[in-house]
Write a protein that binds this ligand. Sequence first.
Ligand code: HEM
Length: 299
Amino acid sequence: MILSVTAKWLIGYDASASSEELWKYYDIRGLIAFPLNIPGTAFYRCVQGRKNLMKVLKQFIDGRKNAKPRERKDFLDLVIDELRKEKPVLSEKVAFNLLFSLLFASFETTSSAITVILKFLTDNPKALQELTEEHEQILKKRTDPNSEITWEEYRSMKFTSCVIHESLRLANIAPVLFRKAKQDVHINGYTIPEGWIVMICPAAVHLNPTTYKDPIVFNPWRWKDISEPIGGSNDFFAFGWGSRFCVGADFAKLQMTIFLHYLTTKYRAMPRLPFFATTSATKIAFLKYYSRLKYYAYR
Ligand code: HEM
């Protein structure tokens, strides 16, 4: 779902009309795997997926190049316009890599974030209730109950924003970030020599008890007293910070908020049916941990 939405806006991919399921080509398990490129390994599947997706992207680019210029442009049109120039700033190869990475960056991250948000809400009925009330209030204020979310409504979803930030703080979707030392850096009696790559671990900051009381507890209310970390901060960098700050941060937050709006206004979380409780002990334990609640469409 997430990839279909993003791919629609970036490259005009229509999931309902296409036989290609783009998300299947991204095999995340091979991303951090031993680089053994032989059939059967996670790394091999990841590399093959990339090759296949590149073929699909080539078809997209070729199709668009041969089509009439369009009035409403998407990201792919801008890339093609650039490629058509006499001296383009990027080659076709770079354009493919850019599209591949952008789709990847937009898909794995937001879908993982939504998954963990659901998990945290399922385990915290009080937070789910407050979230539901926030969105129900928005519906009540609407003159047309079928109208879509407005920008003002989006900006008023304060508790939703708290839930998103708290989930990202705890889940650390990007487990590590990298930076290169441009000069010798002296810190706490140590020297990071110029040119070294530094691996930053967001969890070390996000779970710091001096900044966040009871750091491993899911507590979206703590964000009510913290100003929104727009552009990242020293205490919160789920989207990175500085010049490499995530370009899709605002888009991702919007996407997650819209998802939560429809989840809380169109669905209700209810305990699973009792017959599950009569199945094997492992299944009960699994359900207890991962799916105490199920979401049912009610509107
Ligand atoms: C919950 C969702 C997301 C999370 C947690 C996330 C997180 C991150 C992080 C941690 C970085 C590295 C920043 C740094 O090194 O300082 C990053 C970079 C990036 N993200 Fe995201 N991201 C998300 C969604 C998206 C979306 C939806 C898009 C595109 C539509 C996107 C596109 C990118 C790109 C292109 C970069 C590289 C920026 C650069 O190097 O200049 N991300 N993201």
